[in-house]
Design a protein around this ligand. Structure first.
Ligand code: FAD
Length: 403
């Protein structure tokens, strides 16, 4: 008789791997199916050119929950963080600004640009840290049933609301005001230095189909102040992001999960409204009591599942869900360290070209009307500054997000 699994996980990105590892630790029979030759999804290290290794998708890790690192013992499985400090060097027209992990060091640097901004900076970071810390427990909560929350779910939400209330009236008012604001309006209330504002706006905007003038973009800043990010900071992973995927895969396998690569799931099978397993592109059928999909929602609900099995209203919501890609990733293998104008010291591990809020908005304007930006902002990582083993001696890998 064919193997039957408790859970089949479709896709071996880092989220699929984490799900597989936890389910296997909970003694479920788990099969993870990844269509590519390697697991990791966008968390991948690949060879760019002979001897040059690069994180070809995501560059830095910051939002991985510390609980997961501990539970799955990822340090013992090869995961090592290399925290960025300065976190970023922002480049404008003949000017630069470093944002350090240490608030006071950044404040000292800002003093040379604007004493007013230097004074505001610690209050700005404290507000965002408080906001993010108040929201942080939501990330590990089982999402409540919004239509009909149980008493327990209501109590959980109430506890969160009280935690916010305890931060004081002023902070609470700011928290209610901020989320619908544009990141431009929010940053203009705090600062006057254009480069500082533009650099924080990039944090809020990267990967989104929005510009700094778009309502609601201010909230993106909060994610950069979550305790997980504040704890270890945005970091390279030694060996590239693929090392994270390998550590997760090892944890899943050691907990008992089976991982198969080159296994493209063609459809999720079902009978009478119940999932029965999956069918691969080669026609192989695998039986499972439940299927967890790590593929994106549109692929999962519009392509992998028979639409007849789903509520038509739900399908309308999925179809209306916007997922416009706005980022191009360009990786370079260089025979020497890149130089750049405007910054006096050696090449930093992370720099960005984002002269002003208006520059960012114009880059978005092009995308909004269906073109590639004529003058995009660039978020540039040079991982070999901190992890020279990724390239032959003296040579460098440069990874650029273009938006
Ligand atoms: C260019 C770029 C840069 C980024 N940079 C960062 C960064 O620096 N830091 C950061 O925190 N985040 C970054 N992100 C975001 C981050 O990479 C993603 O949020 C994250 O990788 C999503 O992980 P995931 O496991 O949910 O999905 P994915 O990584 O997309 O994994 C999904 C997996 O499912 C597999 N799959 C899909 N369909 C099937 C199927 N039918 N059968 C079998 N397998 C299937 C895919 O092959 C893939 O391996 C970046 C994203 C992009 C695109």
């Amino acid at each position: 008789m064919a193997d039957t699994y408790d859970v089949i996980v479709v896709g071996g990105g880092h989220n699929g791997l984490v799900a597989a590892a936890y389910l296997a630790r909970a003694r479920r029979r788990v099969l993870l199916l990844e269509r590519r030759p390697e697991v990791g999804g966008a968390a991948a290290t690949e060879e760019l050119a002979p001897g040059f290794q690069a994180s070809t998708g995501a560059d830095v890790c910051g939002l991985l929950r510390p609980e997961i690192v501990d539970d799955l013992n990822l340090a013992a499985r090869g995961l090592r963080f290399l925290p960025l400090d300065p976190e970023v060097t922002a480049l404008g027209d003949h000017t630069s600004l470093r944002i350090w992990r240490d608030v006071w060091r950044t404040q000292a640097e800002l003093m040379t640009k604007s004493p007013r901004d230097a004074e505001a900076y610690p209050r700005f970071t404290a507000f965002l840290r408080d906001f993010a810390t108040a929201l942080d427990p939501l990330f590990t909560m089982t999402p409540p049933n919004v239509a009909a929350p149980t008493l327990r779910e209501q109590m959980g939400l109430l506890r969160r609301a009280l935690a916010v209330r305890r931060l004081g009236k002023d902070t609470m008012q700011q928290m209610l005001r901020m989320p619908p604001m544009s990141v431009r309006d929010f940053l203009n209330e705090w600062f006057e230095t254009e480069l500082l504002k533009a650099s924080f706006a990039v944090d809020a905007l990267v990967g989104t189909f929005q510009g700094p003038f778009s309502p609601g973009t201010a909230f993106g800043l909060v994610l950069h102040f979550l305790p997980a990010v504040q704890g270890s900071g945005w970091s390279f992973v030694k060996g590239g992001m693929g090392t994270l995927a390998s550590a997760l895969a090892l944890a899943a396998r050691e907990a008992g999960a089976t991982i198969r690569t080159n296994a493209d799931v063609h459809r999720i099978t079902s009978t009478d409204g119940r999932v029965t397993g999956v069918e691969l592109s080669n026609g192989e059928r695998i039986v499972g009591r439940a299927v967890a999909s790590n593929a994106d929602p549109k692929r999962t609900f519009l392509h992998l599942i028979d639409p007849e099995e789903l509520d038509p209203e739900f399908l309308v919501h999925v179809r209306n869900f916007e997922m416009n890609g706005v980022v191009a990733k360009v990786n370079f293998a260089l025979d020497r360290a890149p130089g750049f104008p405007g910054a006096s010291e050696a090449v930093p591990a992370h720099f960005r070209i984002c002269p002003s809020l208006e520059y960012l908005e114009r880059a978005y304007d092009d995308a909004k009307y269906g073109s590639v930006s004529v003058a995009p902002f660039l978020d540039v990582f040079v991982p070999t500054v901190m992890d020279p083993d990724l390239a032959p001696t003296g040579k460098h890998v440069v990874s650029t997000l273009v938006q």
